[in-house]
Write a protein that binds this ligand. Structure first.
Ligand SMILES: [Zn+2]
Length: 298
């Protein structure tokens, strides 16, 4: 059984919409975004009204159980929720049709729709699991907190195709016989002696019956992602018949994120931190003029 943990929360009324950043303060209508909308639940034959969801965090042997219909978060503004986000929900049954058909390529439009929908679920999870006390069923908040990828959220709102298409989003076919489940947390991280870097790579796995989707959003450093062999990148030429079978319960650390240049960046910060005010000023002026005034620093 899990211990309920009460955390002091100071929820600012002026916290902005996580996508468009418009303040959803007291005077602005806030909106609760359901994690699993009615059209999506119906398309994947999930019982949203009576269902329970199983949530697995890294290291859990037993799942946390949450009521599916109560799974929502006031993280978005009404305009976003009723506008572009609702359009994504309405398009998701087409993704379910594609998945059931098997031998049909996903196509450009649907690939983009699916990526955007999955990224919005992933970003909502950074809110839901980052504020998990409201669901009263986690005692692993410290371990699993992540830095939310806010610039990606804004990029999705702005329909920035480059950001949406280069995000690591992959699919597989679940054989675990789960109705609806998600895993959220840190991936396995390389270099191995920097596990805390996992907080810069929020990772989620969403399972809707046999449909399974994996998202990781590493930031700050250059990175490579290593995934189980059965996963396929979400791309226009993908057919669901080509998806590999993923057995068992997925967890976020089935994904490995290898960060590059971590030591170099740490050394650069260290040098900056140890500079005198005059040195920093000289550096800043050099950047502004593109011709350093002081002695060459090489
Ligand atoms: Zn908004």
């Amino acid at each position: 059984m899990s211990v309920m943990r009460c955390t002091m929360k100071h929820v600012s009324q002026a916290k902005p919409c996580m996508f468009c950043f418009i303040e959803r303060g007291a005077e602005i209508k806030r909106s609760a975004e359901h994690f699993l909308s009615r059209p999506v639940a119906k398309a994947f034959s999930i019982d949203r009204e009576g269902g329970e969801v199983y949530r697995f965090n890294v290291g859990d042997t037993d799942p946390n159980v949450v009521r599916l219909n109560g799974l929502k978060r006031k993280a978005v503004c009404t305009d976003c929720n009723n506008g572009w986000m609702n359009q994504l929900e309405q398009a998701m049954p087409e993704v379910a049709d594609w998945f059931l058909a098997g031998d049909r390529p996903l196509g450009n439009q649907l690939s983009l729709t699916l990526r955007k929908w999955l990224l919005t679920r992933h970003l909502l999870l950074t809110e839901i699991d980052g504020n998990a006390a409201e669901f009263g069923d986690t005692d692993k908040l410290d371990e699993d907190y992540v830095v939310p990828p806010s610039s990606l959220a804004r990029a999705i709102y702005e329909d920035n195709l480059e950001a949406i298409l280069e995000a690591p989003v992959a699919l597989s076919r679940s054989t675990a016989n789960l109705e609806f489940a998600w895993a959220f947390g840190h991936p396995r991280v390389l270099p191995e002696d920097r596990p805390h870097l996992g907080r810069y790579a929020a990772t989620s796995v969403l399972t809707l019956r046999e449909f399974q989707a994996w998202v990781t959003t590493p930031m700050i450093y250059d990175f490579e992602v290593f995934a189980p062999a059965e996963l396929r990148l979400c791309a226009p030429d993908l057919r669901s018949a080509d998806l590999g079978r993923h057995p068992g319960i997925p967890t976020s650390n089935d994904i490995t994120v290898s960060f590059h240049g971590v030591d170099e960046a740490a050394a650069a910060f260290e040098r900056l931190a140890n500079m005198s005010e005059a040195e920093i000023r000289a550096l800043a002026e050099g950047d502004a003029n593109e011709s350093p005034k002081g002695p060459a620093s090489d």
